[in-house]
Design a binder for this molecule. Structure first.
Ligand SMILES: [Zn+2]
Length: 163
């Protein structure tokens, strides 16, 4: 019993050391990732930092699905399970770091860009990219059912190649 407790303490210390060690070796991408997590009030766990690095490490905005982020993460030494990727993306959304864009009922896209903007959905490659918001004008929306207000208007322009 005692030995088990001791082992656990050791494991905890080891992890702590590992995280500290990582902090010392932070490069730009790592710094950007931990800053981003801090903005959402999220503790920089190893897995969160690994995923944040893939999402915002280069300073560019990104649209991902749980599956595409999982695939990218599998190519790194910090690979995490699909379930963890999914839960972490949800946590990033809850923390106000990402927004979910629903393109069709079956697939969610997650966007690191937080302002309101329209999207192009490329049907043949299942990719989501930003469209220019300064070229979008919504002049009129249908009357809302009584007792409701608009929570959000999503504009997704679906594209296919011309034959
Ligand atoms: Zn976007």
């Amino acid at each position: 019993m005692h030995a088990f407790g001791l082992k656990n303490t050791f494991a905890a210390l080891y992890i702590e050391e590992g995280i500290k060690g990582e902090w010392h070796m932070l490069d730009h991408a790592g710094q950007r990732s931990t800053d981003w997590l801090a903005k959402g009030g999220l503790r920089p766990t190893r897995q969160r930092v690994a995923l944040a690095r893939l999402l915002v490490g280069d300073g560019e905005n990104r649209h991902v699905t749980a599956e595409s982020l999982f695939a990218a993460s599998s190519e790194t030494s910090e690979g995490v399970s699909l379930a963890t990727v999914y839960n972490t993306l949800r946590a990033f959304c809850d923390a106000g770091l990402m927004q979910e864009v629903v393109v069709d009922g079956s697939k969610s896209y997650f966007d690191t860009r937080m302002d309101d903007h329209p999207h192009f959905y490329w049907e043949d490659s299942a990719e989501l990219t930003d469209a220019r918001s300064d070229q979008l004008e919504i002049t009129r929306l249908p009357d809302l059912p009584p007792g409701t207000e608009i929570s959000k208007v999503d504009v997704v322009i679906r594209l296919r190649r011309r034959a």
